[in-house]
Design a protein around this ligand. Structure first.
Ligand code: NAP
Length: 296
């Protein structure tokens, strides 16, 4: 049974998950590159480690949620990385959004040390992470999945098993392809509605009930109308994911014409300086082009 856990990467997603692990009663060690982000959890009883190598010693399970493939490279494979401190019998779970090829590289490196590895990225954002309502996908050895499932169930409302390593990372990219296109569709639709002189509150009332409704369209549409771009999922992370989707789809010769359009608008919005705002700030690139501002 899992009793001791280390959580590395206390950003928007990791901080919520780590807090919920403490609440669930696990003995928790935390590490974050910027150590200040460990303070709240330290006050709540977590041990704070100085390096990833130090963080992972003698715990049952190591979990991490990091920005991108490069961060995983540093935290897992780096000079003070996880691989320097981890030992046979321990389990590692990468909850970041990364290329499936990165998950496979991690799995191989861990296997050489006798460590089991799952890729387990998540859907949901800041609120779902804080509320333990994430939608989690996991891939890797089935017996290991069954062993850690009770832990994942403390973080999410659903946990889906996807088979061999890399498949959960692939599913995350499939989902984020849909997310990127929904955000692009919402932005284009709202700019057109504004240009057409429609009442935008009524537009959103229809979006909420019609057969094309989705929670993502409703929550982002409402925030856009209020000009609230506070970050749940940063625009720059959406752009990062668009790059991953592009690479992954190209490796499989799978067509992604619409994703390329969305990616161009994400790039424009980041170039305009909105990268740290919420991904819904994608609309600002279209607003610039259209000469309008979408608000209630
Ligand atoms: P975030 O708030 O930007 O946090 C990123 C974390 O990665 C921070 O702990 C950061 O440390 C760390 N990090 C970045 N570069 C690093 C490096 N080179 N070395 C060590 N640590 C590094 O991001 P997030 O929103 O929590 O997202 C985390 C992952 O979950 C990403 O892969 C993202 O795509 C995915 N995701 C996010 C959401 C969402 O809605 N936010 C939803 C699903 C999945 P510092 O604090 O020191 O910068």
């Amino acid at each position: 049974m899992i009793k001791t856990i280390s959580y590395l990467g206390l950003g928007t997603m990791g901080s919520g998950m780590a807090t919920n692990l403490l609440k669930a009663g696990y003995e928790l060690t935390v590490w974050n590159r910027n150590a200040e982000k460990c303070e709240t959890l330290s006050r709540k009883g977590a041990r704070v480690a100085d390096t990833p190598t130090d963080a992972v010693r003698e715990v049952d399970l190591i979990m991490y949620s990091l920005s991108n493939d490069q961060a995983v490279e540093e935290v897992v494979f780096g000079a003070k990385g996880i691989l320097r401190g981890i030992n046979q019998g321990q389990i590692a779970i990468d909850m970041s959004t990364v290329l499936p090829a990165t998950s496979l590289r991690e799995q191989e490196a861990y296997a050489k040390r006798g460590v089991d590895f799952l890729d387990a990225p998540v859907f949901g954002s800041k609120q779902e992470s804080a509320d333990a309502k994430l939608w989690i996908m996991a891939a890797g050895n089935k017996a290991i999945f069954e062993k850690v499932k009770p832990v994942l169930e403390h973080l999410g409302q659903t946990v889906h098993y996807f088979g061999k390593n890399g498949n959960a990372a692939a599913m995350k990219l499939v989902g984020n392809l849909i997310v990127a296109l929904e955000l692009e569709a919402l932005a284009e639709g709202l700019v057109l509605a504004q240009k057409a002189g429609l009442d935008l509150n009524t537009v959103m009332k229809v979006v909420k009930v019609a057969d094309f409704r989705s929670p993502l369209l409703v929550s982002n549409g409402r925030s856009i109308l209020k000009r609230d771009f506070s970050t749940s999922f940063a625009l720059k992370l959406m752009l990062k994911d668009a790059g991953l989707i592009e690479k992954f789809a190209e490796s499989l010769s799978s067509p992604i014409p619409a994703l390329r359009v969305a990616e161009k608008n994400l790039e424009s919005a980041v170039a305009l300086g909105f990268g740290k705002e919420n991904a819904s700030a994608l609309i600002k690139a279209l607003e610039r082009e259209a000469g309008v501002e979408v608000k209630e």
